[in-house]
Ligand binder design. Structure first.
Ligand code: ATP
Ligand code: MG
Length: 233
């Protein structure tokens, strides 16, 4: 289980995460909050892309400060702009590259690549350059490239932000079906229906932690109140 204990982080002396303590045990966890509230920073602490100034982030007995590689291997990360994750000449190579560090041998590597390309409907594109895929297909490729390594947890930072409705639904359905634990950071509140738990982040703090049916109205209400206060000023 991912556990954050007293996590605080600053950029250039400005606090972005403030004393966050969480046990992330649920199968489907959503995280929402305004622009700049600290979501991406929090997301990045979960697999050690950001090591917090203060506090620890751990997965079981390993923490991201001392065992970054081990944690990163088990916590997959998907960015909102999949094109950052598409780096190889072909779709199949993009999937394969993530497996190299696992040293599974040629046969097992090929088997896993074939299986995941088929599962994500990308097998007919295997020899095409990934950057020529559609937006939705790119996001699926990014997901495939991470899932092929069989992480325990998948952290997604706004995976549908750049997608149209159809591709958003496709990625949503794909996430829904995963066996893995998913921690989804999103502005798309509709995606959170059926989630086990939703956290609301405001100014680097967890200000709500509960069921989506309560978290979403809490967030909307807080935003509307902030709007009114601004208008009154
Ligand atoms: N690498 C960095 N260097 C300096 N400041 C940063 C860096 N990354 C983030 N910040 C700052 O930290 C604050 C929180 O950023 P973060 O990206 O975590 O917010 P967010 O909640 O993900 O926002 P959004 O909804 O727009 O994605 C912002 O004020 C941002 O400018
Ligand atoms: Mg962000």
């Amino acid at each position: 289980m991912l556990r954050l204990e007293g996590v605080s982080h600053s950029y250039d002396g400005r606090a972005v995460l403030r004393d966050v303590t969480l046990d992330l045990a649920e199968h489907r966890i959503g995280v929402i909050g305004a622009n700049g509230s600290g979501k991406s920073t929090l997301a990045r602490t979960l697999n050690g892309l950001v090591v917090p100034d203060v506090g620890t982030v751990s997965l079981g007995e390993w923490n991201t400060r001392r065992h970054a590689r081990r944690v990163r291997r088990r916590v997959g990360f998907v960015f909102s702009d999949a094109s950052h994750q598409i780096i190889m000449p072909t779709v199949a190579e993009d999937v394969e590259i993530g497996l190299r560090s696992l040293r599974l041998g040629a046969e097992e590597t090929a088997r896993r690549v074939d299986r995941i390309l088929e599962r994500f409907g990308l097998d007919s594109h295997r020899d095409h350059p990934g950057h020529l895929l559609s937006g939705g297909q790119k996001q699926l490729l990014a997901l495939a490239s991470v899932l092929v390594t069989e992480p325990e947890v998948l952290v997604c930072d706004e995976p549908t932000t750049l997608l149209d409705l159809r591709n958003t639904r496709m990625v949503h359905r794909t996430l829904e079906r995963l066996d893995q634990q998913v921690v989804l950071f999103t502005h798309d509140l509709d995606l959170l229906t059926g989630f086990d738990r939703v956290l609301v982040i405001d100014d680097g703090r967890v200000v709500f932690d509960g069921a989506p049916g309560e978290a979403v109205p809490f967030y909307v209400d807080r935003m509307e109140r902030a709007d009114r206060e601004e208008a009154d000023r």
